[in-house]
Design a protein around this ligand. Structure first.
Ligand SMILES: *Cc1c(COP(=O)(O)O)cnc(C)c1O
Length: 405
């Protein structure tokens, strides 16, 4: 494959994120195709025996098996690394494959992991259930309170794990402060950046060691495929992640990688338009929600406790916000009155989607865990899509009226 316009990092490293998303890491075959080629192959053939022996010995570059490398997937990994400002990236089958691999590749029995208590339901399940089963101790903290991270450190703490903004409560973690605490104690910080995507927030600029993604969300952006990614230093990826990944196989398919390539081309533009729509909708709703005794949780609005921090560490605040209408009855009345916005638990999609986390994404947690992370019975989470904001607002107006708001 001919590596034009992208593989030479000296040329392309300084491109800005929107350019990386379209062109970073481009490989072209001898046909000079404009769009990325899709290599649907599990295996590879070799001209002679020595070539394959050298590749298996790690002495020559080249593909050997698609669990380990695939040209379409490798191009996506290069592009995401350039977009993130990371030395290296490995694509994963799903976001949860990425989170699981990022934790299990580096934690062993006897280690301790400090994690955010406000987190995507499956991320909390890893922390509360999976890690302890393998003898890994875990502590959850209020992630927005920086002092709690420091206070939770023990001599055996190896990893900090959190997302910001957090799903679904929109808590904001001070990336710079928390990553600095990790660094000072030799702890690896793992940031789940699914809500923002690298178009809106690049945690490594604030000192994060490892950034993990659900690429299912804004990167694909059109609700088509599941995908994930993990970014880190070259050394960490090769020595810590790869022994785990190559032998356990959470590999991304070439087809799904290709779809994510198509999503990345419009990522920056979409992410900023989603953010503008989300702010407009939040402004339209806020006074009525508050007047009805409810609460907005929107990092893009000045009323959010960490608004200044969110806007300082993010280029824009993204498509997602939450609001509390205090009762399940009101929340369900709103969902049932929607005509344009779909009832759906997905996010990062071009469509506006709304869900009730307590009965869906966070239903698998204990009542106690839900209460402690702020997933109340009246909480609704919305992914504000790319439809005309006037139509979205009209639908929300109808829903609020149906709930007496
Ligand atoms: C969706 C999501 C995940 C899981 O990603 P999948 O691609 O669905 O496996 C993890 N973390 C966050 C914050 C998410 O929103």
């Amino acid at each position: 494959m001919k590596k034009t316009t992208g593989m030479d990092r000296a040329t392309t490293r300084n491109w800005r994120p929107a350019t990386q998303a379209v062109r970073g890491g481009t490989w072209r075959s001898e046909h000079g195709e404009t769009s990325e080629a899709m290599f649907l192959t599990s295996g590879y053939t070799y001209d002679d025996a020595q070539t394959v022996a050298d590749r298996f010995a790690g002495e020559a570059q080249g593909m050997t098996y698609s669990r380990l490398q695939n040209p379409t997937v490798a191009m996506l990994e290069e592009r995401i690394a350039l977009l993130e400002g990371a030395e290296a990236c490995r694509a994963q089958a799903t976001g949860m494959a990425a989170m699981t691999a990022a934790l299990l590749c580096q934690l062993s029995a006897g280690d301790h992991c400090v994690a955010a208590r406000a987190a995507f339901g499956s991320c909390r399940w890893l922390v509360d259930n999976l890690l302890p089963r393998f003898g890994i101790e875990t502590t959850v903290v209020d992630s927005a309170d920086t002092a709690q991270w420091e206070a939770a450190i023990k001599p055996n703490t190896k990893v900090f794990f959190f997302e910001t903004p957090a799903n679904p409560t929109l808590d904001i973690v001070d990336l710079k402060a928390v990553c600095a605490i990790a660094k000072a104690h030799g702890i690896t910080s793992v940031v789940d950046n699914a809500f923002a995507s690298p178009a809106l927030q690049r945690p490594m600029e604030f000192g994060a060691d490892v950034v993990a993604y659900s690429a299912t969300k804004l990167m694909d952006g059109q609700g088509r495929v599941l995908a994930g990614a993990i970014c880190g230093s070259e050394e960490w990826v090769l020595e810590t992640l790869m022994p785990f990944q190559r032998n356990t196989g959470p590999t991304l398919s070439a087809f799904n990688a290709w779809v994510v390539h198509k999503g990345l081309e419009t990522l920056s533009m979409r992410a900023h338009q989603h953010s503008r729509n989300a702010i407009e909708l939040g402004e339209f709703m806020e006074a009525r929600i508050v007047k009805a005794g409810g609460e907005m949780r929107h990092p893009g609005l000045p009323s959010h406790a960490a608004h200044a921090l969110a806007t300082a560490q993010m280029d824009a605040t993204g498509p997602i916000f939450a609001f509390d209408v205090r009762t399940r009855e009101r929340a369900f009345a709103m969902l049932d009155a929607l005509e344009l916005i779909d009832i759906s638990n997905n996010i990062g999609d071009a469509r506006s989607l709304m869900c009730h986390p307590a009965s869906t994404t966070h239903a698998g947690l204990t009542d106690e865990a839900r209460a402690e992370m702020g997933v109340t019975e009246g909480l609704l989470r919305i992914n504000v899509g790319l439809e005309d904001i006037a139509d979205i607002a009209e639908d929300m107006d109808r829903a609020m009226k149906a709930a007496g708001i």
